[in-house]
Ligand binder design. Structure first.
Ligand code: MN
Length: 452
C-alpha cells in the first residue's frame, strides 16, 4: 500500500512511460510533464535526472479517474460512496516502529532532493506533492493536508497556509508560545493524497480517512525529532517545525488555475531531520495538471454528490470540470422530480464546496463529461430570467484571479439547465434515428476500414 507498490502495479498494466534521456529538475521535467497534461495521459517516470543519481522522479501518477479508482480498488460508480464512507467513518491507523523511510536518516540538505522548478515566474523550486501532518499542542487534534512548499535554503521552506485546519493548529501553537511540529511526507499512496485533500470537520484526522480508504492498511511512524506522525512507507519524510512568528514572502507560484497566485507573507518551516528510502521516488505534481485537479477535486465531487443527494431524489453524476480548473466549475446531473429540485441542487452544491463559483445542473440524459452536451443542454433547456441564480459577495477561492484574491469574495452563478416540467417532455427530447442490428454492423465495418 505504498507509493512504489502502486507505481509497480501500474507498470504491470502498461500505464508508465519511461523517460531515459537526461533531464534537469529545473523547468525540463515540468516541460515534459506539461506536454502530457491531457486526459488519460500515462504516468511518467524520469529515470535519469541530471545531478541526482539513484533518484527517480515520477509524475502524473493520479492523472486519470481510472487510475484513482484502481488505487482505491473500486469501480467508477462506487468511487464517491467509497470516499463518503471514508470521510464519515474514519478508522485510526496503527503505529509502527519499523518504517522503510528510515533506511537513511540524515541532516537536511534540500538541495540533494530533485525539487522541481515548474513555471517561468515561480518564486523558486516548490515541493507540490507533500502531505503535511500536525497535532494540536494538547495532542488531541490531528490534521493532514497538502500544502505547497517553497525551498528557501537547505533546511528552510515557506509554507502556504490557507485559513483552514493546519492554519488553525498553527494559530493554537502560536497562542501557546510554540512552533508547530509537522511531518512532511513525499511519495505517499494516492489514497493518502486523496484523504489529505478531503475535508472532514476539524478534529477528524485525515489519516483515519486514508486508513479507511486503504481498508485498514495504513501504518504511521512517529518522527524522531518532532511530535508528528507520517505514513510509514513514504518515500521521504521531512521532520520540521512551522515557525510561530517568522514570515517570509511566498509566491508567486502557479496553482490549480494555471495562473500565478499572488505573493503573500507566509510562515517559515525549519526542517530538522530527513528520513528517506535509500533509492527513493520523488513524486512530482505539476500545478494545474489533470493530476492536481483530480486530487483536489475528487473529494469535493464526492462532497457535492452527498449534499445534493440529500435534497433531490437521485444524483447521477458530478463533474468538477477540467476547464473549470477541477475546482471552480461543477456540472451535476440529476433526476428532477418536481420544479425547484434543480435550484435546491445548486444551493446544496455551493454549500458543499465553498470554492465553487459556477454550477450547472442538467438532466440525467446529459453526459456531463462531454462539454458539448452540457453546452447543448444550456442552449436548449435554459432561460436566464428564470433559470439563473446570482449570489454576490460570497466566499470563494483565493486562487481565482478575477475574485478578490485577499478576501476570496466572489460572485457565484448557478445555471438550471434541466428541462422545465411545464412543457411536454417531447419538446426537449434528443432526437434519435431508429437503428437495426444490420445497420450497426455495417457502420462498425465502415469504421474499421477507415481506421486500417
Ligand atoms: Mn482537516
Amino acid at each position: 500500500m505504498s507509493f512504489r507498490d502502486f507505481i509497480k502495479q501500474m507498470e504491470e498494466r502498461g500505464e508508465v512511460l519511461h523517460v531515459m534521456d537526461e533531464v534537469s529538475p529545473e523547468f525540463e521535467v515540468s516541460a515534459v510533464m506539461q506536454s502530457f497534461s491531457y486526459n488519460n495521459a500515462p504516468i511518467i517516470s524520469f529515470d535519469n535526472i541530471r545531478g541526482y543519481s539513484g533518484v527517480k522522479i515520477v509524475g502524473n501518477v493520479c492523472g486519470t479517474r481510472r487510475r484513482l479508482c484502481m488505487a482505491l480498488g473500486v469501480s467508477e460508480e462506487k468511487l464517491y460512496d467509497k470516499i463518503i464512507e471514508a470521510v464519515n467513518k474514519p478508522m485510526e491507523p496503527s503505529i509502527t516502529e519499523d518504517s522503510p523511510a528510515k533506511e537513511v536518516v540524515e541532516e537536511p540538505r534540500l538541495s540533494k532532493i530533485p525539487i522541481l522548478r515548474h513555471f517561468e515566474r515561480d518564486a523558486g523550486p516548490y515541493i507540490t506533492s507533500a502531505v503535511v501532518s500536525a497535532r494540536s499542542p494538547d495532542g488531541r487534534i490531528e490534521n493532514v493536508s497538502v500544502h505547497r512548499l517553497l525551498v528557501l535554503s537547505d533546511n528552510r521552506l515557506a509554507i502556504r497556509l490557507v485559513p483552514r485546519h493546519l492554519f488553525k493548529l498553527w494559530s493554537m501553537a502560536k497562542e501557546a508560545g510554540k512552533d508547530l511540529d509537522v511531518a512532511i511526507a513525499i511519495g505517499v499512496h494516492p489514497a493518502v493524497l486523496l484523504a489529505a485533500a478531503s475535508s472532514p470537520p476539524l478534529g477528524v484526522s485525515e489519516f483515519g480517512v486514508a486508513n479507511r480508504l486503504l481498508n485498514g492498511n495504513l501504518k504511521l511512524v512517529r518522527c524522531e525529532r518532532v511530535d508528528a506522525y507520517a505514513p510509514a512507507d513514504a518515500e521521504i519524510i521531512l521532520e520540521a517545525r512551522i515557525s510561530r512568528n517568522e514570515l517570509v514572502p511566498e509566491g508567486p507560484f502557479v496553482d490549480i488555475t494555471g495562473t500565478y497566485d499572488a505573493q503573500r507573507d507566509q510562515p517559515v518551516v525549519e526542517v530538522v531531520k530527513v528520513m528517506r528510502r535509500e533509492k527513493y521516488f520523488y513524486h512530482a505534481l505539476l500545478p494545474g495538471s489533470p493530476e492536481h485537479k483530480l486530487l483536489m477535486g475528487l473529494p469535493r465531487e464526492a462532497a457535492i454528490y452527498e449534499a445534493v443527494s440529500k435534497v433531490v431524489p437521485r444524483v447521477k453524476a458530478v463533474n468538477l470540470t477540467m476547464g473549470g480548473c477541477g475546482w471552480l466549475h461543477a456540472v451535476i446531473s440529476i433526476e428532477k422530480q418536481v420544479e425547484g429540485d434543480s435550484k435546491n441542487a445548486l444551493l446544496a452544491a455551493f454549500a458543499a464546496h465553498p470554492s465553487l463559483k459556477h454550477a450547472i445542473v442538467v438532466d440525467s440524459d446529459i453526459n456531463i463529461f462531454n462539454p458539448e452536451e452540457v453546452e447543448w443542454a444550456i442552449a436548449t433547456r435554459f432561460q436566464a430570467d428564470e433559470d439563473l441564480i446570482v449570489i454576490r459577495g460570497a466566499r470563494g477561492s483565493t486562487l481565482d484571479p478575477s475574485a478578490n484574491m485577499e478576501t476570496g469574495l466572489t460572485t457565484k452563478v448557478g445555471l438550471d439547465a434541466t428541462r422545465p416540467l411545464k412543457y411536454p417532455e417531447e419538446r426537449f427530447e434528443r432526437a434519435r434515428i431508429p437503428i437495426s442490428e444490420r445497420i450497426l454492423k455495417i457502420i462498425e465495418g465502415l469504421k474499421r476500414d477507415k481506421n486500417q
